[in-house]
Design a protein around this ligand. Sequence first.
Ligand code: SF4
Length: 67
Amino acid sequence: MKIKIIPEKCIACGLCHSYAPNVFDYYDDGIVKFYDTTLDTLEVSNNYEQQVNQSIKNCPTHAIIRL
Ligand code: SF4
């Protein structure tokens, strides 16, 4: 599964990280980034797909999308 984050839509609520702490991280201002890359797209490993689906579903601003 490939996903994309849209930092311009992020309101720094922290939910995505609470569901998938190994995938989502934050800049100092709380805006979402991926844990291990500064790119906006990521191929999610199978191990984390379920967690990431929860993050996508619960992000209040739809700042995480499946490609
Ligand atoms: S759940 Fe959405 S709005 Fe909240 S920190 Fe993550 S990307 Fe940003």
